[in-house]
Write a protein that binds this ligand. Structure first.
Ligand code: 1GP
Length: 254
């Protein structure tokens, strides 16, 4: 089934998903990823996200191929720019940075990417990307040259997401930025959740299972974890177990 459809279906059933983020810049050799790939497979991780706000290495293709050769978990591009398109991925988050006012990231990069995407079979997932302040300036805030939404302006986030949905975007991604000091406040997640019906992705600074569960309870459908797994890979098992329990309980009550 197409990935977007499966996310919509899970959302409809109240089921939660988890994605592991791999930043190709932090990978010297793809085989370094083997323990993480194994762990992701054992814990039934739903997706690999691959990308970063600034990818300076040239191993994007190698990283994606290595994941795909070893596991059947879908690989979704999470690109910082149209330069980060690789046809070996299963899908791409076609991100419009709607919390910002940088025209290049609202529509400019998309114009460049569109004809490339049309000519390959990668699934294109139109996504409203909202960057939220989380303490110190994150790479994505700096590189994107945009002002993140203040972390206590819940209605600003909700209205931005709503506008994104009205424009036809099919996913909303609330991101505190990779390695964020503070994860997204659950009040903001629930304000956005109430505002839109599309699946909601939440990430940035989720480094404990408590934070993961709080985000899911507040209304996230899919959580993304990157940095924290570098320090503590076992966190993945802890969080995946909780998501498994959640999904089982939904199944039995549904
Ligand atoms: C960043 O949402 C992702 O865009 C994941 O963030 O690396 O902090 O988990 P972390």
């Amino acid at each position: 089934m197409a990935i977007l459809k499966s996310l919509e279906q899970s959302r409809g059933q109240g089921k939660k998903s988890i994605a592991v983020l791999v930043d190709p810049d932090k990978v010297d050799s793809p085989s370094e990823l083997d323990p993480l790939i194994r762990l992701a497979n054992e814990n039934c991780v739903d997706f690999f996200f691959v990308g970063g706000s600034l990818v300076t290495s040239t191993n994007l293709n190698e990283v994606i191929k290595h994941i795909k050769e070893n596991v059947s978990i879908p690989v979704i591009l999470f690109p910082g720019s149209s330069l980060q398109i690789d046809p070996s991925a299963d899908a791409i988050l076609f991100l419009s940075l709607i919390s910002g006012r940088n025209p290049d990231l609202l529509i400019g990069q998309h114009v460049i990417a569109a004809p490339i995407l049309r000519n390959n079979k990668m699934e294109v997932m139109p996504t409203g990307y909202l960057l939220v302040n989380s303490g110190k300036t994150t790479s994505v805030a700096y590189i994107s040259n945009t002002t993140p939404i203040p972390e206590d302006k819940y209605s600003l986030a909700a209205c931005t997401a709503l506008a994104g949905e009205m424009l036809g975007l099919r996913l909303i991604y609330l991101d505190a930025g990779s390695g964020a000091e503070r994860e997204i406040n659950p009040k903001m997640i629930s304000a956005v959740r109430k505002a839109v019906g599309v699946p909601l992705i939440v990430g940035g600074g989720i480094n404990t299972s408590r934070k993961a569960i709080t985000a899911l309870e507040a209304g996230a459908d899919l959580i993304v974890i990157g940095n924290a797994l570098e320090k503590d890979p076992n966190l993945l098992t802890e969080i995946a177990d909780k998501i498994y329990d959640w999904n089982q309980s939904v199944k039995s009550t549904g």
